[in-house]
Design a protein around this ligand. Sequence first.
Ligand code: HEM
Length: 563
Amino acid sequence: MGELWVCDNKKCSQHLPFKADATQPGSKGGVDRPGGVSGRLFSHLFPGCSLWAWLQLVATGAALCVCAQVARVCWRRSRLRCFAKPPTRNWLLGHMGIMKSTEEGMQATDQLVQTYKHSCSWFLGPFYCLVRLFHPDYNKPLLLASASITVKDELFYGLMRPWLGQGLLLSNGERWSRHRRLLTPAFHFDILKNYVVVFNHSTDIMHAKWRRLVAAGQKRLDMFDQISLMTLDSLLKCTFSYDSQCQEKSSEYITAIYELSTLVVKRQHYPPHHWDWLYWRSANGQRFRKACSVVHGFTTDIIQKRRTQLLHQGATKSQCVSEPGTRKKVTDFIDVLLLSKDEDGNSLTDDEIKAEADTFMFEGHDTTASGISWVLYNLAAHPKYQERCRDEIDSLLKGRETEEIQWDDLTNLPFTTMCIKESLRLHPPVVALSRQYTKDMPVPGGRTIPKGTISLLSIYGTHHNSEIWPNPEVYDPMRFDPEKSKGRSSYAFIPFSAGPRNCIGQNFAMAEMRVAIALTLRRFRVSLSGQNVRRLYTLILRAEGGLLLDIEPHNPTGPATPT
Ligand code: HEM
C-alpha cells in the first residue's frame, strides 16, 4: 500500500508522511500494534484515546449487537413453537436450500401442504424466521390487515428495489396509500372499456405472425415468447399510447425483464448475495445492473416522449378523461401519472413516475402472459374443454361482420372464464407473496405470528390445498361453476391476492386474458407438443425451456379473420 496521508499540522510531533505497509516494521498484516504506524496515525486523529481502547470498544459493541440479534431470534423462534416445524437440514442452515423454484420445489410445496394442511414455521439459516401459510382461514386475517400495519419485507421484495424503486408493489405506509389513491382512477371501467380494442388489435398482430410461421412450416411455438410480446405490445399502447411494434422486432427490453426476474430469484436463493457490497461486485450483480439500465432507459425514454406530447397538446386532466360513448382521447396510464395531483395539489415527481411505470410494465405484462400461456396449455391438455370454449366463442360471434371481442362480450363467455379461473388456480402466475406486520397477528387455532416475522403466503399452496380443492392436481373448470363455488371462502382463490393490497390491474388482466383466449381459440387449435413440462418459478410461473405448444389454424365459418 502506498502513501496515505500527509499531516498538515507543522507543529505536530508526529508530522510525517504516514505509510501503512504490511511489510514495514510495526505492522501486522495491515493492522498495527498500538505503538505502530497506524497507532500513531490513530492517536494523531483521536488524541487522548489509544487504538487498543477503541478496538476493544468496537469489539464490545459488535459482540453486544450479535448477542441482541441472537436473543431476538431465540425469542422469536420460541414464539413460533405453536407452528409445526418441518424437518430441517441442520440446526444452522434450517430449511435453507430446501425451497427451490424448480419442478421439484413445486412438488415439495405440494407435499408440505398435504402434510401440514394450513401453516408451518420455516427457518432460513440462523436469522430468518418465517411462517408459511396455505389455507384460506390463515390467509384471511393477513390479507385483510390494514395497510398501515403491513410491510413488504425486504428479504423477498427488497431485492427488486433497484429495479422497481418505490413503486406501488414495493412501497409501504403513507406513500403507498397516496400512490394507490392517485393510480386507482387509471383502472376505472370507463377507461378499461377502451382498452378492449387494443387487446383485440395486439392479438390480431400475434395471430398474423402465427399464420406466417405456420405457412413457413413452423407449427411448434413457445407460448411465453409469443404472448409476452403481445402483452407488452398491448400494455405499451394502453399505458403510454406507444406503438413499439415489439411483436415484429426483437425486444431488448423483454430480454432484460427476463434476465432481471431470473437474477432476483437467484439472489434470493444465495444468501451471501443479499449483502449489497458483495452482490454488486459479482458477475450476476453486474448483469443485473446492465439489465436494469436497459429497462430504466426504456421507461425514461417513453415518459419523456409522453411528457413532451402532453405539453404540445396542452392537455389537462379533464381533456384526457374519456367519456363513455364519445371519441375523445382515451386516458392512458401515463396521463394519469403525469396529471394527477393529491389533496394538497402535489404531483408525482419524475422518480416516482418512473418507479410506477417500471412496476406497471413488469407487473402488467409478464404476469398476464404467464396466465394466458398456462390457459392455452391446460386447454391443449384437455381438448374437450377447448372445444366447448370454441363453441361458446363461435356462437357469440355468429352473424357478426367483424371478428372483434367487445367489452360487453366479456360477460358472455361464462365457460371460457371458468377455464381461465381454473388455470389461474392450477398455475397461478404469482405463486406466493410475503408480508411483515408491525403488530402480532393472531391466526386460527389460538396461534400468533409475532410482529416482524415474515409471513410467506403461498398462493400456489392455497390453490393446491386438498382440504379446499378435492383432487387439486386435476384441471376441472367446473369447480368455478357458480353453484359449486357457493360457500367457498373468498381467500381460497387468490391469484390476484386480496384485501387492500390486492392487484390493481386485476380487471385489466382478466379482460385481456378473455380477449386473447377467445380470439386464439376462434382461429387456432392448440395441442400438446410432447414436451415434458417442468414448472419454473422466476418471479412468475414459467416453464423450463419455454412452454411449447403445437398450433393449427382453424377456419371458422363466419366473419373474415383479420390478416
Ligand atoms: C394475470 C395477471 C396478473 C396477476 C396474476 C397478478 C397478480 C398480482 C398479485 C398476486 C399481486 C400482489 C402482490 C403482492 O402483494 O406482493 C399484484 C399486485 C399488483 N399488480 Fe398484479 N397481477 C396481474 C396483472 C397485473 C396488471 C395487468 C397490472 C397493471 C397493469 C398489475 C399491477 C399490479 C400492481 C401495481 C400491484 C401492486 C398493488 C399494490 O400493492 O397496491 N398486475 N398482482
